[in-house]
Design a protein around this ligand. Structure first.
Ligand SMILES: Cc1cc2nc3c(=O)[nH]c(=O)nc-3n(C[C@H](O)[C@H](O)[C@H](O)COP(=O)(O)OP(=O)(O)OC[C@H]3O[C@@H](n4cnc5c(N)ncnc54)[C@H](O)[C@@H]3O)c2cc1C
Length: 427
């Protein structure tokens, strides 16, 4: 049987942050990183914009500002990111404040989907040079916490310490692991809303601020803005009973990649906190995803703002004519009526936020703007952690978006460092 001091499951930013920290502290540790994909599948691979200002990406229940800043500084020191310039922020901030909204001033970088791939490859090369073993294309299936072993699609491996950081897509996998090792968790918070797509001329703020983070009343916010060569994408999720549903997302290529399509897309989501008797955000999200899929004939739904305002569904034959003058970047969605699928409370809060946004940055409510539904973020697994280093059992730590310790690349990287510090103490 292969034996390692530390196994890291997931080569996303949480796994990377942990691996580099462990190696820096000890040249002799035997470390293995596993990933079921050849290249990590999260935000480093998709768009790769990084936010270096608290609280973006740092769930406040786990992170104090001083702590997060300490880890962000270490990350900046390591990655040497080039921060994007911003302009006219105060003007937008003043307009937002007058409406009871706010615009956060965040330090950001944007590598793009192409630049993210280059970064991932260079980090993996660095890890190999540092004699960290890589098991790419190898999936962790199960864990035996008493024997300190895991099974993968290829073998059984033993560990002294393990970090499980499977990202948002590993949400269910992590829940299965928690059930098998007896770790309690709640997943009662979920973000639900739309992916908005429009021409850049209708959302010109992106010339001044790449990914503007607006906060609106009723826990609605914008994030994950992509522009230039920007595309809406859909991610497939499978329920426990094998049914599939889609959540939307977005990404863009770097300016160097060329092919500007003149479009911008961003998420506008409402945070929903569930209480008993239904306390599972996962189940609620699945339910909404399935009903959108039912109404969309197996696809997500898209509706032009012009149709939505008139209370009529968008139709295939009218989706691109007259004022509806750009092709959606994601064609495989069904023109329809999002108000049949989206719960009223969520729809009302987001529509109000969009009206506010249109006052702050006039243009977003142009009739051609597309609202894609649903975009759902399932990052709210909240395991019962035993300490500040995200330990859940003897020799087992969790980190990253799937484990609720982060909501973005930088927060995930910082979580990985913090978990690694805990693992080092246990070795
Ligand atoms: C399309 C998209 C775009 C995004 N864009 C951004 C962005 O621009 N900026 C930003 O800050 N955040 C972005 N995010 C969010 C970002 O992905 C996450 O915040 C971040 O990647 C979380 O890091 P992580 O290490 O927790 O998980 P991930 O980066 O998701 O990495 C987890 C890894 O674990 C692997 N894995 C899962 N299960 C197993 C298993 N059983 N065995 C082995 N390996 C496994 C996966 O293949 C994956 O590579 C985006 C997310 C998506 C999906």
């Amino acid at each position: 049987m292969d034996k390692y001091d530390v196994i890291i499951v997931g080569s996303g930013p949480a796994g990377m942050g942990a691996a580099f920290t462990l190696r820096k502290q000890s040249a002799s540790l035997k470390i293995l990183i596993l990933d079921k994909s050849q290249v990590s599948t999260g935000g480093m691979r998709n768009d790769c914009k990084m936010n270096f200002t608290y609280p973006i990406g740092f769930p406040c229940e786990y992170w104090q500002e001083d702590d997060a800043n300490k880890y962000l500084d270490r990350m900046i020191d390591f990655l040497k990111p080039h921060m994007l310039p911003k302009a006219k922020i105060e003007i937008y901030q003043k307009r937002a404040e007058r409406l009871g909204c706010s615009l956060l001033d965040i330090r950001q970088t944007h590598l793009g989907t192409d630049g993210g791939l280059i970064l991932i490859k260079s980090l993996l090369e660095k890890l190999e040079e540092l004699h960290v073993d890589l098991g790419l294309g190898e999936e962790m299936l199960d864990i035996d916490k008493d024997k300190h072993t895991i099974t993968t699609t290829k073998r059984t491996i033993s560990y002294k310490e393990i970090l499980i950081a499977p990202g948002r897509h590993g949400f269910l996998f992590l829940q299965n692991i928690m059930n098998s090792i007896g770790v309690g968790f709640v997943d009662n918070i979920v973000d639900i809303g739309f992916r908005i797509e429009t021409r850049i001329e209708h959302y010109p703020i992106v010339h001044d601020y790449y990914d503007p983070k607006f906060y609106f009343p009723d826990k609605v916010r914008t994030f994950c803005t992509n522009s230039g060569n920007a595309h809406v994408v859909k991610e497939r999720y499978i329920t426990k009973s094998g049914e599939s549903w889609y959540s939307l997302n977005g990404h863009a290529y770097s300016a160097e990649a060329g092919h500007d399509n003149g479009l911008v897309n961003f998420a506008i989501l409402k945070t929903v906190k569930l209480t008993a008797p239904l306390a599972s955000g996962q189940l609620y999200a699945e339910n909404l995803g399935l009903s959108a899929s039912l109404l969309g004939g197996g696809k997500p739904i898209m509706q032009r703002v012009g149709d939505f305002r008139l209370g009529s569904r968008s139709k295939e034959e009218t989706f691109n004519n007259d004022l509806y003058d750009f092709e959606p970047s994601l064609r495989s969605c069904c023109p329809g009526d999002i108000s049949l699928a989206c719960p009223a409370k969520i729809l009302r809060a987001i529509w109000k936020a969009m009206k506010n946004l249109d006052t702050i940055v006039p243009g977003i409510l142009h009739p051609s703007t597309i609202m894609y539904y649903p975009e759902i973020k399932l990052y709210a697994n909240k395991p019962s952690y035993l300490d500040d280093n995200f330990k859940v059992a003897d020799g087992i730590h969790f980190a990253g978006d799937g484990a609720g310790t982060s909501r973005g690349i930088t927060g995930a990287w910082a979580s990985g460092i913090r978990a690694a510090e805990g693992m080092l103490a246990g070795l």
